[in-house]
Design a protein around this ligand. Structure first.
Ligand code: GDP
Ligand code: ZN
Length: 335
């Protein structure tokens, strides 16, 4: 948005597609790529631009642009790709995440907590959103709100209905200009409906961006970063939609840092903190230094995170042996 003496411009990455990046600079958009030097020097995926990045570009006579560098990131949201050990970047420079649940069937504070661990681990501000409020009575809604307020102190909670205007207005007001937001939550809770309500008609969320390659072939992709009327930004991409449970491990450690600290006193380095002698965490529960409630939710979350951390092969094996165990147990009951 400013240029220096080398004619570099600062632009925002709004989409990426097969090694090409769609970048927005003031009101102009370009297809851009990284130079060979970047590819040569890259040691991991995070050395490449990702949606939400601010990049320094140089435009070329062809109308395309070269990405010279990625400006320092505030944060980067990554997820584990199925069966792989490396992390895949989803988006950069996110300020806050709207964690959405619908108040009817989807309502589940434990699931909120899992999203919270992921979001907080990535240093993204969480905002809880209860959608489809039109489906329950105000009394029911109040009950759910106070339940959440008790459990998730200091975390803002918004109530919305994509059918009603008032909730949408408070959602709009929560969005700070120049800040990037994402919308997380299970499928069917109303994420797309909410995003569409935030966008003006002209934004055309599903508009395709097409590119003609040198060989004359056309490629198309969808925009993943949207600029809202007030100047705030929303990122919605397929990777984002899959964010959730698979990435909770680091988050678990963050939220329960104080508990893990107690684990440093454990006699065994691979202590599971459940039955081992000389366990520092169990000792703290015993002495009342750590509440049983907190301990139990730590173990529960840790188990889920460990499970999600396994490769799909390990999972299948575990499910199989678990299935066998259930079968054997059933047989024994019948005897
Ligand atoms: P997504 O999968 O999270 O993107 O959810 P969608 O936005 O596609 O919405 C799923 C379904 O819920 C659609 O049939 C919507 O019309 C419906 N829906 C979305 N928001 C609301 C709401 O506030 N109230 C009601 N009653 N239905 C809604
Ligand atoms: Zn232990």
């Amino acid at each position: 948005m400013e240029s220096n003496k080398f004619n570099s411009l600062i632009a925002r990455v709004v989409a990426q597609h097969r090694g090409l990046y769609r970048v927005l600079c003031k009101d102009n958009e370009f297809w851009a790529k990284v130079p060979g030097k970047t590819i040569y020097q890259a040691t991991s995926q995070i050395d490449y631009p990702v949606v939400g990045d601010l990049v320094s570009i140089v435009t070329q006579v062809s109308g395309h642009a070269i990405i010279e560098s990625i400006l320092p990131r505030i944060n980067i949201l990554q997820r584990k790709s199925a069966g792989k050990h490396d992390l895949q970047p989803i988006a950069a420079n996110l300020y806050a995440a709207f964690i959405v649940q619908s108040v009817d069937r989807d309502f589940n504070p434990n699931r909120f907590e899992r999203y919270l661990t992921v979001v907080e681990a990535a240093k993204i501000k969480p905002i809880l959103v209860l959608n489809k409020c039109d489906l329950i009575t105000p009394e029911e809604l109040n009950g759910k709100m106070s339940l959440l307020a008790d459990r998730f102190k200091d975390i803002p909670i918004l109530t919305t209905s994509t059918l009603r205007v008032d909730g949408i207005n408070s959602l709009k007001k929560a969005i700070i200009p120049q800040h990037i937001y994402c919308v997380l939550g299970s499928s069917g809770v109303g994420k797309s409906s909410l995003i569409n309500r935030l966008l003006s008609k002209e934004s055309l969320k599903t508009q395709e961006i097409s590119n003609q390659t040198k060989k004359g072939k056309h490629t198309t992709t969808h925009r993943e970063l949207f600029i809202l009327d007030g100047g705030g930004m929303i990122i919605d991409n397929p990777g984002m939609r899959e964010i959730g449970l698979a990435d909770a491990k680091e988050g678990v450690s963050n939220v329960f840092a104080e508990i893990e600290e107690l684990g440093k006193d454990c006699r065994f380095i691979d202590c599971t903190h459940q039955h081992e002698p000389g366990c520092g965490i169990l000792a703290a529960v015993e002495s009342g230094k750590l509440s049983t409630e907190k301990y139990q939710s730590y173990i529960k979350l840790k188990k889920e995170a460990d499970y999600n951390d396994m490769t799909s092969l390990e999972k299948r094996w575990k499910d199989k042996s678990f299935g066998k165990m259930v079968k054997t147990a059933k047989k024994q009951i019948r005897k």
